[in-house]
Design a protein around this ligand. Structure first.
Ligand code: HEC
Ligand code: HEC
Ligand code: HEC
Ligand code: HEC
Ligand code: HEC
Length: 465
């Protein structure tokens, strides 16, 4: 069979040559190993380069935010300040994502959820197929949620926005930019009017998330949809892209005469995580049942916590991580040593009061002073154990977050200690926010998480003999 014989012979010949080359006697044993290793490395680099070139090409479908910033400088500066520009680099995400990648090794079931992290936190990395993202290549994934991603979203795949179900077909050309104006004209890009960009559904594609176990792990969109705010016609954009910050032209004046637009949206996206506060979003009112109280007598203090301007529950996104807690102190006039007033344990204890019992991965649950009222959600995994991760959550065990427009009343009882200095005593009430427990952050190596004061009030009483 000559037809088969020839290639067989050729193959054997090639094999022979390879053997001769690889056993060339002039190479010492270690040199030989080194040569082989180098070759392997080179080969790997070459392969990587070829693979990376394809990935990089797709990354480039999304234009660099700095290009947009050239003509829309204020938008760029605001976006830089917002959490959207840090959605991939922020240390909490990095820590949790690393944990997810490591958990994935032992549990393949969570793969769908773990791949999806990148869809919402660095969409261009997801579309480039760079999962998990390559850290060392030109910092492409670090652009996070940027201009050209949001402004090329064309629609939503399903009726209910959730789990990153936006449609984005960004290609290698300069794609038309979609936005709220019907008459916008730009010399650089086409513009397409998009009603979607003015509606909550656009935001809901990411700010509404259900995991593979069917648990709604964050549902800011659903919370808004069921609120009075939605019925009154407020969209996410009306609160998060208006009002705070100065109005500015839509494009840099240096480039061309900007149209006098009636409203120009801002891109800072206020939220406590980014330390950008909306004034009086949540208000506190403290009232004592008496203005004069005797030593040894009981004082009753009622604290109203009012979710005045937040169009959804609070905390909302990642409610399993966010911490919102009340701290009530009595400060007497002379000593000025605050006495912490603890809330009485209710039926929902231990979840509705701060606790350092050991929880997820044997770390302290809240890492806060114990005994304060806390508003948050508690998730448990399939084995009914507390979890801080999104993909392990099988059940929401507890949720006492503040509903939109709700006024929650908390009652504190304080028996005035007999050694209290007579005179004025200030009951100070603080509502504090932290994006995640410090104990969890330490576990994830995510650094120091700041505490923000959301609201403050005080009541003054007089202690008499
Ligand atoms: C459907 C979109 C979506 C998916 C999928 C998603 N996230 Fe998120 N993630 C969000 C949104 C929206 C926020 C919260 C916004 C806020 O409150 O700041 C968030 C917040 C977080 C935070 C808190 C960050 C901070 O600044 O405190 C962490 C950590 C996080 N995500 C990790 C992950 C990990 C890990 C995965 C995958 C297992 C994942 N996310 C999947 C949309 C998503
Ligand atoms: C050479 C300058 C230039 C560059 C670069 C540029 N734009 Fe524009 N853009 C404009 C001008 C001009 C307008 C129209 C302004 C107006 O009508 O008030 C505009 C309008 C827009 C609009 C509003 C569209 C609408 O219909 O509502 C969006 C969104 C937008 N640009 C996004 C982007 C993004 C994203 C980038 C980067 C990928 C970018 N632009 C880069 C000049 C530019
Ligand atoms: C998270 C998504 C998101 C990101 C990221 C984003 N935008 Fe926007 N942008 C929007 C939405 C939504 C609107 C429309 C809001 C409305 O009118 O209700 C908008 C509006 C605009 C407009 C129209 C201006 C106006 O006042 O109506 C311009 C121009 C624009 N964006 C440019 C940019 C640039 C430049 C960047 C990056 C530096 C950027 N955007 C990043 C979502 C985004
Ligand atoms: C592609 C997904 C995506 C879209 C679309 C999106 N977001 Fe986000 N958003 C996120 C993620 C992820 C974070 C959290 C980033 C982090 O913590 O690092 C975030 C953070 C925020 C924050 C900051 C919260 C804080 O604690 O400081 C606000 C506010 C916000 N988004 C509002 C909006 C609004 C309003 C829209 C619609 C106009 C929108 N987002 C569209 C994914 C998205
Ligand atoms: C009626 C106004 C209003 C509406 C409507 C609204 N928000 Fe908010 N949202 C707020 C305020 C106020 C805060 C608190 C931020 C602050 O004060 O800095 C907030 C906080 C947030 C946070 C951070 C929450 C946390 O737990 O840390 C996110 C994320 C967010 N909003 C997203 C959205 C999305 C997505 C929508 C639409 C589905 C929306 N918001 C609709 C007013 C609103």
């Amino acid at each position: 069979m000559p037809l088969l014989e020839y290639p067989m012979k050729k193959l054997l010949f090639i094999l022979f040559i390879i053997l001769v080359i690889s056993y060339t006697p002039s190479l010492s044993n270690s040199d030989e190993k080194k040569g082989k290793k180098e070759k392997e490395e080179e080969h790997e680099k070459e392969e990587h380069k070829r693979g990376w070139e394809a990935v990089e090409k797709k990354y480039k479908h999304f234009e660099n935010p700095q290009v947009c910033g050239g003509c829309h400088p204020e938008f760029f500066d605001e976006w830089k300040e917002s959490k959207h520009s840090k959605s991939f680099t922020n240390s909490a995400f990095q820590g949790m994502y690393k944990q997810a990648i490591s958990d994935l090794k032992g549990n393949k079931e969570i793969k769908v959820d773990v791949d999806k992290c990148i869809l919402c936190h660095s969409p261009s990395a997801y579309y480039a197929g760079d999962i998990p993202p390559t850290a060392d290549e030109d910092k492409w994934p670090e652009r996070g949620i940027m201009c050209d991603f949001c402004h090329t979203v064309e629609g939503i795949k399903d009726a209910l926005p959730h789990n990153g179900n936006f449609i984005n077909n960004n290609g290698h050309d300069i794609d038309p930019k979609r936005g709220p104006w019907k008459d916008a004209k730009s010399p650089y890009h086409q513009t397409i009017y998009s009603e979607l960009h003015t509606r909550s559904e656009f935001c809901g594609t990411c700010h509404n998330q259900k995991n593979s176990n069917g648990v709604w792990i964050q549902e800011t969109y659903n919370e808004w949809k069921n609120s009075e705010w939605a019925k009154e016609g407020y969209q996410c954009q009306d609160c998060h892209m208006m009002g705070e910050g100065k109005s500015h032209p839509i494009i840099s004046k240096e480039f061309m005469k900007a149209d006098a637009r009636q409203k120009v949206v801002i891109h800072r996206f206020p939220g406590f995580g980014s330390q950008i506060k909306v004034t009086d979003a949540v208000r506190l009112k403290a009232a004592a049942n008496k203005t004069k109280v005797k030593l040894g007598e009981e004082l009753i203090i009622k604290v109203s916590v009012i979710n005045a301007k937040i169009g959804h529950k609070f905390p909302s996104s990642s409610p399993n991580l966010r911490q919102l807690w009340l701290e009530v102190n009595a400060i007497d006039s002379k000593k000025r040593t605050p006495i912490l007033l603890k809330i009485e344990e209710g039926k929902a204890a231990p979840y509705d009061i701060t606790s350092n019992e050991l929880a997820y991965k044997d770390i302290e649950r809240d890492s806060l002073i114990e005994g304060n009222r806390i508003y948050h959600s508690i998730f448990s995994d399939k084995n009914n154990k507390h979890t801080y991760t999104f993909y392990d959550a099988a059940k929401i065990v507890f949720d006492n977050r503040l509903k939109p427009k709700e006024t929650r009343i908390e009652t504190y009882k304080w028996k005035i200690p007999v050694d209290t200095t007579v005179g004025e005593v200030i009951i100070s009430v603080k509502l504090n926010y932290r994006a995640l427990p410090q104990s969890l952050s330490d576990h994830l190596e995510a650094g120091e998480i700041p505490v923000t004061e959301v609201a403050y009030d005080e009541a003054s009483i007089f202690v008499v003999k």
